[in-house]
Design a protein. Structure first.
Length: 358
């Protein structure tokens, strides 16, 4: 039997029989206010998240300050009001000087903290903060130069696949492995904001785990918690969900983020799903044993003397389940009673003269 894949984040094992690892994605929900970012860290911890995740870029490290059509946000885009990619990222980025105090705050709570770097300088910053793991955002999965640079740190990597096909994922995994990364998790993701449930295709999660022998999970952009719950039921071991403290906030990612109450409910639901999944077990549980009354078994339905030859009218399969198994009914028909029985007695092999093999 192949041992389930795992990765290690700080001292915690993710995958196998371990509980699902739940990541609160801060993204741009700090709204440009470091105090709000710190409050988000505390709220995520209180809500039951295992980790808080940042995004490490500047507008200049992720795109060009260019007004050509390629760089303008098209009509119908969720962020079209920001006009250009550069303008959007300039508003949404997390200032690099915030990273050290945010890391310190999360660590003081025992909350894991890491980030998605978008270029090599971001990796260098995160390495200086001793980040325990790297997240590769969906659009960066094809940036093999960045992947190679991340892999050379020797840290585990979580890949999102929101705008990747199978070949893109395979190339990313091969690139990471070639350059020294041996612990990889892959998240099913759909880069649509919000994502329609009909486009989640969560059955891909166990296929990712099997195809790449990896830890698999979901980076979720749907509204609500149906997709994360389904992901866990399908074996997902990581959930990443955008998180906001107050659903009235107007940050650029607020419209598809869970507020603290909803996030807390999601965490509890995940833990409930994990408990309900349990393990493969065909035994009757302790709680179910209390309801043996509901099981069928064989009972005498007449009072009969010694020497009576049993007929189909003398025995019935009824509730409760304390008598002989119903599968032995035919073996008792035609047998002679070796002792008197009363109406409602359990059928048992000691009652007849012939030997009944049960």
């Amino acid at each position: 039997m192949i041992k389930p894949a795992t990765i290690k984040i700080n001292n915690r094992i993710i995958g196998g029989d371990s509980p699902c690892y739940i990541i609160a994605e801060m993204s741009a929900n700090h709204g440009g206010d470091i105090e709000k970012a710190i409050a988000l860290i505390h709220a995520a911890h209180k809500a039951g998240a295992d980790a808080i995740k940042l995004q490490t870029y500047t507008a200049d490290t992720i795109t060009l300050d260019c007004d050509k059509p390629d760089f303008l946000l098209p009509s119908g885009n969720a962020w079209e009001a920001h006009r250009s990619l550069y303008s959007l990222y300039k508003k949404a980025y997390t200032p690099w000087e915030w990273h050290a105090p945010l890391f310190k705050e999360a660590k003081s709570l025992g909350l894991d903290i890491f980030s998605s770097p978008f270029d090599r300088t971001a990796v260098d910053l995160l390495e200086s903060l001793n980040v325990p793991i790297y997240k590769v955002a969906s659009p960066e999965i094809t940036d093999v130069g960045l992947l190679a640079y991340i892999a050379k740190t020797g840290k585990p990597v979580i890949l999102s696949t929101g705008i990747a096909n199978y070949d893109d994922i395979e190339l990313a995994v091969n690139t990471l492995q070639k350059h020294g990364c041996s612990e990889i998790a892959i998240l099913k993701c759909t880069t649509a904001y919000p994502t329609p449930l009909t486009e989640c295709n969560l059955r891909t999660i166990p296929d990712l785990a099997k195809s790449f022998n990896c830890v698999a999970g979901i980076s979720d952009h749907t509204e609500g918690v149906v997709a994360p719950m389904t992901a866990v039921a399908l074996g997902g071991k990581i959930i990443e969900k955008h998180f906001i403290n107050d659903n009235q906030d107007e940050s650029v990612d607020a419209f598809f983020s869970l507020d603290s109450e909803a996030f807390s409910n999601m965490v509890q639901n995940v833990r409930d799903v994990e408990q309900s999944m349990g393990k493969i077990n065909y035994q009757i549980t302790e709680s179910a044993k209390k309801n043996i009354l509901a099981k069928r078994s064989l009972y005498f339905c007449n009072s009969m003397p010694v020497g009576h030859v049993l007929t189909e009218n003398d025995i019935r399969s009824v509730r409760p389940g304390f008598g002989a198994h119903p599968k032995y009914l035919a073996k008792y028909i035609g047998q002679t009673l070796g002792q008197a029985v009363e109406f409602g007695d359990r059928v048992r092999c000691e009652a007849v003269v012939g030997k009944i093999e049960e």
